[in-house]
Design a binder for this molecule. Structure first.
Ligand code: M6R
Length: 609
């Protein structure tokens, strides 16, 4: 989704804006632009396509030179990706960039057209620029004009604004869409996310809804919607510029796959006390857990898939029903939520619009909500009743890997503590599972080392496939959903995950020698059953790639490739087996020459529904 940056200080503003925007590229975008004060006039440069197009354009036409300005990467919503629809947008004295959607832009545009205003683009953002310009023309004071304007807007927005009469000042406001204010020495910033500014400063304010920031070189002032000054807590990021660099890796995705052992340690270790999970610091006590009779896990994409694994583990160990819901379905189907229900929302970004609204709906229905979130201070994190942060660090690649991995880790921490609190596992089992979870970083490291080469080999066999199937049963099925999503989102090869036992009820008719099947068979209790399903697809000509444990005795001739992971506690195997699934997707995408980290049409943080 769109990315916003702004700068005022002493450096070359165009360079700072472009450099900050490159750190927001992961959000997904299709055009970019900047506006910089040059000799007290606002100079705008914008271009369709990737940032390099903008840089080339500025090299040809001359880049704006100044020390204050705003910048934007646009993910098109209203109006196609084009130069003219790119941000910034301007009125006579106002130029701004916007992340979000203005729902009532049509009626506002009608009003402005009646006032004789002309529009150049199809965007909702230009309506905001013109409306702000309209009020500024009457009120002549930037903050008051921002307040007046935003009171008329319905929808979500983070705005970075410059006023021609106030050179070297940057203004900002947010509602729903995220925005931070970076605080440096003799320089200040706005950005959609911390990675954009981490090269310059680690200190920042998190803007809350309807808070207005006024930035000059020497300081930042923040006001509420009544124009009252607010004193805010200054936060400090606990990671540095390396965390948002590639550090020698060709892509963020492979860097992030390799960061998984550390991410698990950072997430699990602080939650272990006397050898057992302890989530009290997250407001979760064994007493409170005892009263939970049903769990809903609500999320989108990979986060939802980690919830699927959670479902199998929680139901198995704690004997409590778990319903997993796609957030966009949950929020519109009047879900049945009763006393004793816990709603778990899982989200890497903490800003996914559907997950956020699902959580708000659950709260309105009186349910207790627990959020599992990676980005500190994000909206879901702030609004949940209980919160467990995953500590994956910044995840830049659009395809989730390390964030999914630590979501799994938290699912296990929760499941073990919950199962014990419910009296369904013994103290001995509780300790055993926890010990095994603590071994996973080392095991994941081993799996990365052992399966990279074979995953690469397997991926060469998938390059020309039009479509493939992932199959499995139980936990393997839950995991195969993530494997399939990973492959399709970055390789652009269609794939589907299917419960292996369900194939013969329709889908098996698709099987031909042109449809590879990736079969996950790691669970001993259902191993033979999955093997039978593998035989069924093999007999119909499918090329089979089978993933199982080292100890498994794989019958001859049922698979073209067998990829083995070390024997380990089976409940925890999804944390190991997801690694080759990630690697297969990664190498397939690389070999097809795709943009691995920024796959087409996708955004990292989906802040619109
Ligand atoms: O930020 P979130 O975890 O809420 O995002 C949810 C999905 O959009 C996300 O997991 C998406 O499916 C990933 N790109 C998949 O790799």
């Amino acid at each position: 989704m769109c990315g916003i940056v702004g700068y005022v200080g002493y450096r070359d503003c165009s360079d700072v804006l472009v450099s900050a925007l490159t750190k927001l590229e992961y959000r997904g975008y299709d055009s970019a632009g900047i506006a910089v004060f040059e000799d007290n006039k606002i100079s705008v440069s914008k271009s369709k396509g990737k940032l390099k197009n903008l840089v080339e354009k500025m090299a040809e036409e001359g880049k704006p030179v100044g020390i204050a300005g705003i910048g934007h990467t646009r993910w098109a919503t209203h109006g196609e990706p084009s130069d003219v629809n790119s941000h910034p947008h301007s009125g006579a004295k106002v130029t701004l960039v916007h992340n979000g959607i203005i729902e009532n832009y049509k009626e506002l545009k009608d009003f402005l057209v009646k006032q004789g205003r002309e529009f150049l683009s199809d965007t909702d953002t230009e309506v905001v620029a013109q409306l702000l310009d309209y009020y500024y023309d009457i009120i002549k004071e930037p903050v008051k004009a921002i307040i007046e304007t935003t009171q008329e807007l319905r929808g979500s927005f983070a705005l970075g604004i410059v006023f021609e009469d106030y050179p070297d000042m940057v203004y900002a406001i947010r509602r729903e869409s995220p925005l931070i204010v970076g605080v440096g020495e003799n320089e200040n910033f706005i950005a959609s996310d911390v990675p954009a500014i981490i090269k310059y400063t680690k200190d920042y304010y998190l803007l809350e809804h309807d808070e207005i920031a006024v930035l000059s070189k020497s300081g930042v002032k923040i006001f509420d919607i009544h124009y009252q000054p607010i004193v805010k807590e200054l936060k400090t990021a606990d990671w540095d510029a390396d965390a948002v660099g590639k550090c020698g890796y060709p892509h963020y995705m492979i860097k992030e796959i390799n960061e998984q052992p550390t991410a698990i340690k950072n997430t699990v270790l602080p939650r272990i006390k006397d050898g057992l999970p302890c989530l009290e610091e997250c407001n979760i006590t064994p007493e409170a857990l005892k009263d939970i009779n049903r769990i809903h896990i609500v999320a989108c994409g990979s986060a939802m898939h980690s919830g699927m694994v959670g479902k199998y583990v929680i139901e198995d160990l704690a004997r409590t029903p778990v319903i997993v819901d796609i957030a966009s379905e949950f929020r519109y189907r009047n879900p049945i939520i009763g006393e004793g229900d816990l709603i778990i929302i899982i989200s890497q970004s903490g800003e996914t619009a559907d997950s956020l609204e699902a959580m708000r709906l659950a709260k309105r229905k009186g349910a207790k909500t627990l959020a599992i979130v990676n980005v500190m201070g994000s909206t879901i994190a702030r609004e949940a009743d209980m919160l467990i942060y995953t500590h994956a660090g910044p995840e830049i690649s659009v395809a989730s890997t390390k964030a999914y991995m630590v979501q799994l880790a938290v699912m296990y921490l929760f499941a073990f503590e919950f199962a014990f609190a419910k009296g369904n596992i013994t103290d001995e089992k509780y300790r055993y599972y926890t010990e095994k979870l603590l071994e996973t970083p080392e095991m994941v490291e081993k799996v990365i080392a052992q399966t990279t080469e074979i995953s690469q080999k397997i991926s060469t066999k998938l390059l020309t496939a039009d479509s493939l199937l992932y199959i499995g049963r139980g936990l393997d099925y839950a995991l195969s959903m993530e494997g399939s999503l990973k492959l399709k989102e970055i390789s652009y090869i269609h794939s589907e995950s299917y419960a292996a036992g369900e194939l013969k009820h329709g889908t098996i008719s698709l099987i031909t020698e042109d449809m590879p099947v990736i079969a996950v068979a790691t669970q001993s209790s259902i191993y033979e059953k999955t093997v039978s399903n593998i035989k069924e697809v093999k007999a119909r000509g499918a090329k089979v790639i089978m993933i199982c444990q080292e100890g498994n005795d794989v019958p001859k001739d049922i698979a073209d490739y067998v990829l083995k992971v070390p024997n380990f506690e089976e409940v925890l195997l999804p944390m190991l087996v997801c690694v080759p699934l990630q690697l297969i997707a990664y190498y397939t995408s690389v070999q097809r020459g795709n943009d691995v980290d920024q796959p087409r049409n996708l955004a990292k943080s989906v802040t619109v529904e």
